[in-house]
Design a binder for this molecule. Structure first.
Ligand code: PDD
Length: 307
């Protein structure tokens, strides 16, 4: 079996068309994925003590890189870590990882952990050197029928902690939510806390009621998504009414449209929620408008007109 393939699944980080064992970045060096190793005493491995970013690239250009790096710095600051590199030093480190994709849609996964510990203790020892890892991955083109029919999502209790605004690598609750969604035939889990829908397990949430877009306001209970911000920006630009308001579960169920947004999903319509349908069970008019605006924006990124 070829490197990068496991039981018929393409391992993340491998673009099957361009590289079987792609170069990844680890602590200042580029090396084949198969040779990139981190010691078991790394605090990311022992404690999930680290943060990450997923940065899409279109036409060989990293999308909203500055915003992603600012969010990375905010996550690092929140966990008491100094940034290992200045913001303007990252582009040169990350760009080589997208070059093998020849302009096709791809993303960079960037992870920083607190480093390799001399012994296991929750309290980090002073003076650790952070572990910095980054790799490129193909963004699989979504099945086009998904945009015709919409996806199924399931609601589940938000079991995560109180700092969901930090993009922490500690993702067990999100993994459990996705497993539950998957078992029920859902593509994503929408998380419910105290009767309110916060976001998806790995996406932000929008609903449309009477033509108005609504997404929960930024708080410690959700990740401040870069795609979410772009969708709001596009709504402003194109005069689509919107509001940042809490979304009670009943309101979600009665929505005309439900969307999920993320760097890899972009804007995804949800037409089935648990055992009910949303709206008239197909992606709604606001979704079709936003998808068009998003596609146009991506095209402008490819041409280098916007970031
Ligand atoms: N996840 N909320 C959560 C909990 C997320 O994990 C993500 C992204 C988002 C959307 O953020 P953005 O628009 O910046 O991608 C919201 C990434 C893609 C992941 O974990 O793979």
């Amino acid at each position: 079996m070829a490197a990068g393939q496991r039981r018929g699944v393409t391992v993340a980080g491998v673009n099957p068309e361009s590289a079987v064992d792609p170069k990844v970045y680890l602590n200042g060096r580029y090396l084949p994925l198969s040779e990139a190793c981190v010691p078991v005493m790394d605090r990311g491995f022992l404690f999930g003590d680290g943060v990450y970013e997923v940065i899409p690239a279109y036409g060989g250009r990293l999308f909203r890189l500055h915003e992603h790096l600012e969010r990375l710095e905010a996550s690092l600051q929140a966990i008491g870590m100094a940034p290992p590199l200045a913001i303007d030093a990252w582009p040169a480190r990350l760009t080589p990882l997208i070059e093998p994709f020849d302009g096709a849609d791809c993303s960079v996964y960037l992870q920083i952990t607190r480093g390799v510990a001399p012994y296991r203790d929750h309290l980090p020892s002073a003076g650790l050197t952070p572990t910095v890892f980054a790799m490129g991955s193909a963004i699989p083109t979504p099945n086009p029928t998904l945009f015709e029919t919409g996806a199924r999502a399931v609601t589940t209790e938000d079991l995560r902690w109180g700092r969901c605004d930090i993009k922490a690598i500690t993702l067990l609750a999100a993994v459990m939510a996705r497993l539950e969604a998957n078992e029920k035939g859902g593509l994503e889990a929408i998380l419910i806390r105290d009767g309110f829908a916060t976001e998806g397990a790995a996406s932000n949430l929008f609903v449309v009621r009477d033509g108005r877009l609504i997404t929960p306001p930024k708080s410690r209970l959700l990740l401040p998504g870069i795609t979410r911000d772009l969708v709001l920006e596009l709504a402003r630009l194109h005069d689509l009414p919107y509001a940042e308001e809490a979304i009670p579960l009943d309101y979600l169920r009665q929505a005309d449209e439900v969307w999920l947004t993320s760097s890899t999903k972009e804007v995804l319509p949800v037409t089935r929620l648990d055992d009910q349908t949303i709206g008239n069970a197909s992606p709604g008019p606001r979704f079709r408008q936003m998808r068009q605006h998003y596609a146009t924006y991506k095209e402008r990124i490819r041409r280098g007109e916007v970031v």
